[in-house]
Design a protein around this ligand. Structure first.
Ligand SMILES: *[C@@H]1O[C@H](CO)[C@@H](O)[C@H](O)[C@H]1NC(C)=O
Ligand SMILES: *[C@@H]1O[C@H](CO)[C@@H](O)[C@H](O)[C@H]1NC(C)=O
Ligand SMILES: *[C@@H]1O[C@H](CO)[C@@H](O)[C@H](O)[C@H]1NC(C)=O
Ligand SMILES: *[C@@H]1O[C@H](CO)[C@@H](O)[C@H](O)[C@H]1NC(C)=O
Ligand SMILES: *[C@@H]1O[C@H](CO)[C@@H](O)[C@H](O)[C@H]1NC(C)=O
Ligand SMILES: *[C@@H]1O[C@H](CO)[C@@H](O)[C@H](O)[C@H]1NC(C)=O
Length: 646
C-alpha cells in the first residue's frame, strides 16, 4: 500500500516536471562508477534531463581519465548494440519514459549477460528496489547497478533474484560521499558468477535420458553400470556442480537425447530448448542444429562410441597361399618352371635319340620326350613327389639335381610361412571403408543415439555401412543389447559399435586373457567427442561453466569415469592360444581341388570324344590306343598331384 502511494506520487511528480535537473553530485557519482569498471564502456542513456544536464554529463565522461562515449536515445535500436559486452544502459527511474524502455528491454532479454545497467533511483532513507523493476527478472547473470541517495551519501548496489519468483538480493558495490569519494566494497572485486554461485538451494532442473526403468533407482548404487552408463556418469559428474552452486536437483526424465522432428525438438534437447531444464543430464554430441538451443560447456569424457572388433584371422582379408612369396618371386618361379620344362624336353629328346641309336630297346625308367611327360615330371618335383622316370645322361642328371634342390628349398620356405600366417591376425582394417569391404559382420549397441545416428547418416560410406551391413533390406536391423553384442565379439569375427568403456567392462567379465588381444577401434560418428551442455541463454551459464571446469581441474570427472568405464584391457598373453584352421583358411585350396576335379572330368570327356573320332578313322588306330593308355593315368596323376600340393 505504502509502495503504491509512493509510486503514484512519483508518477505525479514526474509528469508535473517533464525534465529533471541533474545534480552536481549525481553526475560525479555516475562518472566515478563508470570509471571504476575498468573496461570499455559505451553508455546508452534514456533520460529526461535538460539539454544542459546532458551536455554536462557528456563533457564529464569524455574528459575523464579513461574517456567513455555516451549516446542519448529515446528507444532501443539494434544497431546501437554491436558490441553488447561494452554497453551500459543508463536510466533514471524518475523519468516517465523509463517504464516503457525497461519493458522493451525485458522483452528483448537485455537484462542478462553481457549487458550492464545503471539505474538512478529516487532518494530515500533506506536502500530500496526501484518500483519500476520490482516485477522484472534480473537473474544471476544480470549486472544491474542501482544508485540511491541515502542521508547525504550515495549507496550503489547490485540487485538480482536467484529465480524469477524469489526475493531480491542486494549486493553492496560501494558508497560515495563528498568527503571520501567512491569506496568500492571488497567482495565486489570478485567475479560476478563466483560471487553469486550460492543459489540457496534453489531447484535447477536436469533433463535425464533414462531408457530402462531400473536406472533411476540405480543412479547412486551403480549396480548395473552397463545400463544407461552415460546418464549415470552424467549424474555423478553433475553432483559436485550442484554442491558448488548450493542448488537442489530437480529431474526431468526422457528416453531420447533429442532430435528435431517436424520442426520441434523432443527429448533432452527439447527440454533445454523450451526452458524446462537448465542443464543436460547426459553428455551429447555437437551438431550445428543443436547449437541454437544448447551451449557446450565442458568435455568430461573422451570419445567413446566406436566400432570395436578383434583383429580377424589373416585369411579374412587375404589369400594366405599367395602371401609367402612376393609377386616378383611368383613370376620368377613361373618362368623358371617354363625354362625347366623346355630344357628338360630338349635334354630328354636328345637322350632318347641317343638311346635309340645305341640300344634300340625300350627302357621304362627313361623320361619320354613329350611335353606332357616333361611337365608332369617338373610338377612332381614342385610338389616334392619324386618320380619313377629319370634322365640317364650327365646333363640330364645335373638338371634333375638342380630341379629337386631348388624346389626343396622353395617348398620349405613356403610351408614355414604358411604355418606362421595361419596363426596371425590381420591389422589391415583401419578405416570405415576397410570395415565395409571386410568379411566381418557388423552390429550396433541398441541405444537411442546409435539408432538415430545410424539411421540418419548421409555420408556415402557410412550410409553404405548401415544399408549393407547393419540393416540389409529384408532382415532385422542388427541392434544388440551390449552384453549380447560383446559375447558375439568373443565367438566370431564381428565388429560392434558400442560405448567402449562399458564394453571393456563386460569384456573383463567374460573374455579369456588371450581374447583381449588385438582389439581395434574405428570411429563411425563424424565428430564423436561428447560434451556437457546447458541451455543457451541460461542465467546460470557462467556458474555452470566455472563449476564444470572446476570438476575437470579437481579430477572429479576422471574419478567418475574411472568408476563407470573401464580402460582397454591389457593384452598379456598374446599367442597363448592356438587357433584351429577353419574352412575360411582352406577356402582357396578347396577351390583349387574343385577346379582340378572339374578339369579332370572335362579332359576325360575330351579324350573319350577324341578316341571315338580316331577309332572311326580307317588308319591310326594303334596310335590312338597308345594315347588312351598313356593319358588316362596322366590325368589321374595330375589330380593326385594337385591334392598333394595341398
Ligand atoms: C535539446 O536538444 C534537442 C536536440 O539536440 C533539441 O531538439 C531540443 O529542442 C533541445 N531542447 C531544449 C529545451 O533546448
Ligand atoms: C537515514 O536517516 C534516517 C532518519 O534520520 C534514519 O532513520 C536512517 O536509519 C538513516 N539511514 C541510514 C542508512 O543511515
Ligand atoms: C556502504 O554503506 C553501507 C551502509 O551504510 C555499509 O553496510 C557498507 O559496508 C558500506 N560499504 C563500503 C564499501 O564502505
Ligand atoms: C546453501 O543454502 C542454504 C539456504 O540458503 C543455506 O542455509 C546454506 O548455508 C547454504 N550452504 C552453503 C554451503 O553455502
Ligand atoms: C517403465 O515404466 C513405464 C511407466 O511407469 C511403463 O509404461 C513401462 O512399461 C516400463 N517399462 C519397463 C521395461 O518396465
Ligand atoms: C511428424 O509428422 C508426420 C506427418 O505429419 C507424422 O507421421 C510423424 O509421426 C511426426 N513425427 C513426430 C516425431 O511427431
Amino acid at each position: 500500500m505504502y509502495r503504491c502511494v509512493t509510486f503514484f506520487c512519483a508518477m505525479f511528480l514526474c509528469s508535473s516536471f517533464a525534465l529533471s535537473i541533474l545534480k552536481e553530485n549525481d553526475r560525479k557519482v555516475i562518472v566515478d562508477i563508470i570509471q571504476s569498471f575498468n573496461k570499455p564502456s559505451d553508455v546508452i542513456s534514456n533520460l529526461c534531463w535538460t539539454n544542459t544536464s546532458k551536455k554536462k554529463l557528456t563533457i564529464s565522461l569524455t574528459q575523464a581519465n579513461k574517456p567513455r562515449s555516451i549516446k542519448f536515445v529515446s528507444a532501443l535500436h539494434d544497431n546501437d548494440l554491436v558490441y553488447p559486452e561494452k554497453i551500459i544502459f543508463l536510466i533514471d527511474v524518475s523519468c516517465k519514459e523509463t517504464k516503457a524502455f525497461l519493458n522493451e528491454a525485458a522483452s528483448r532479454k537485455y537484462f542478462g549477460r553481457p549487458h550492464r545497467w545503471f539505474i538512478i533511483n529516487r532518494p530515500a532513507n533506506e536502500i530500496r528496489v526501484p518500483l519500476e523493476i520490482d516485477n522484472m527478472h534480473m537473474l544471476p547473470d544480470s549486472e544491474v547497478y542501482v544508485m540511491q541517495l541515502i542521508n547525504n551519501s550515495y549507496s550503489i548496489n547490485l540487485m538480482y533474484k536467484i529465480k524469477p519468483n524469489r526475493e531480491w538480493i542486494i549486493e553492496n558495490y560501494g558508497n560515495w560521499s563528498t568527503e571520501n569519494g567512491l569506496t568500492i566494497s571488497s567482495h565486489a572485486k570478485e567475479a560476478l558468477a563466483v560471487r553469486r554461485r550460492d543459489l540457496a538451494r534453489a531447484s535447477i532442473a536436469t533433463s535425464m535420458v533414462i531408457t530402462d526403468n531400473s536406472s533411476f533407482a540405480d543412479l547412486e548404487v551403480l549396480q548395473y553400470k552397463q545400463i544407461d552408463p552415460v546418464t549415470k556418469s552424467g549424474y555423478h559428474q553433475l553432483t559436485p556442480l550442484y554442491e558448488f552452486m548450493n542448488a537442489s536437483r530437480e529431474f526431468i526424465l526422457t528416453d531420447q537425447w533429442g532430435y528435431r522432428a517436424n520442426g520441434t525438438w523432443y527429448g533432452m534437447v527439447g527440454h533445454l530448448a523450451d526452458g524446462t531444464a537448465e542443464i543436460a543430464g547426459a553428455v551429447l554430441f555437437i551438431t550445428e542444429e543443436r547449437m541454437q538451443h544448447v551451449e557446450y560447456m565442458s568435455h568430461p569424457m573422451a570419445s567413446s562410441v566406436k566400432f570395436l572388433f578383434r583383429e580377424p584371422p589373416l585369411s579374412y582379408q587375404n589369400n594366405l597361399y599367395l602371401l609367402p612369396f612376393q609377386a616378383s618371386v611368383w613370376y620368377c618361379i613361373a618362368s623358371f618352371v617354363m625354362v625347366l620344362i623346355v630344357a628338360m624336353y630338349v635334354s630328354a629328346y636328345w637322350e632318347a635319340k641317343k638311346v635309340k641309336e645305341k640300344h634300340k630297346g625300350d627302357d621304362t625308367a627313361v623320361l619320354v620326350p613329350t611335353i606332357s611327360d616333361v611337365t608332369i615330371f617338373v610338377m612332381c618335383a614342385i610338389s616334392q613327389q619324386g618320380s619313377t622316370v629319370e634322365l640317364k645322361g650327365m646333363l640330364g642328371r645335373l638338371m634333375i639335381l638342380i630341379l629337386f634342390l631348388v624346389f626343396l628349398f622353395l617348398y620349405t620356405a613356403y610351408s614355414a610361412s604358411i604355418v606362421v600366417l595361419l596363426q596371425s591376425s590381420s591389422n589391415q582394417i583401419r578405416t570405415l571403408t576397410d570395415l565395409l569391404n571386410s568379411k566381418l559382420e557388423l552390429g550396433v549397441e541398441d541405444t537411442p543415439y546409435n539408432r538415430y545416428w545410424f539411421m540418419n547418416e548421409k555420408e556415402p560410406i557410412r550410409r553404405a555401412i548401415y544399408e549393407k551391413k547393419i540393416a540389409p533390406s529384408g532382415s532385422k536391423p542388427k541392434f544388440f543389447d551390449l552384453t549380447e553384442g560383446v559375447l558375439q565379439l568373443q565367438k566370431k569375427p564381428f565388429a560392434l559399435n558400442c560405448n567402449l568403456g562399458v564394453a571393456y567392462k563386460v569384456m573383463e567379465k567374460y573374455f579369456y586373457e588371450h581374447e583381449k588381444c588385438g582389439l581395434q577401434e574405428i570411429s563411425y560418428l563424424q565428430d564423436d567427442n561428447p560434451w556437457q551442455a546447458v541451455r543457451r541463454g541460461s542465467p546460470y551459464r557462467e556458474i555452470f561453466k566455472i563449476g564444470l571446469l572446476r570438476n575437470e581441474e579437481f579430477g572429479l570427472n576422471d574419478r567418475t569415469n574411472r568408476i563407470i568405464y573401464s580402460k582397454k584391457p591389457v593384452c598379456s598373453v598374446r599367442g597363448g592360444s592356438f587357433v584351429s584352421v577353419s574352412l575360411v583358411d582352406c577356402y582357396p585350396i578347396l577351390l583349387l581341388l574343385l577346379y582340378g576335379m572339374i578339369l579332370g572330368v572335362l579332359l576325360l570327356l575330351v579324350e573319350i570324344f577324341h578316341h571315338r573320332k580316331i577309332l572311326n578313322m580307317p588308319c591310326g588306330g594303334g596310335k590312338s590306343q597308345r594315347l588312351l593308355v598313356d593319358t588316362t593315368p596322366h590325368s589321374e596323376l595330375s589330380d593326385k598331384m594337385q591334392v598333394a600340393e595341398l
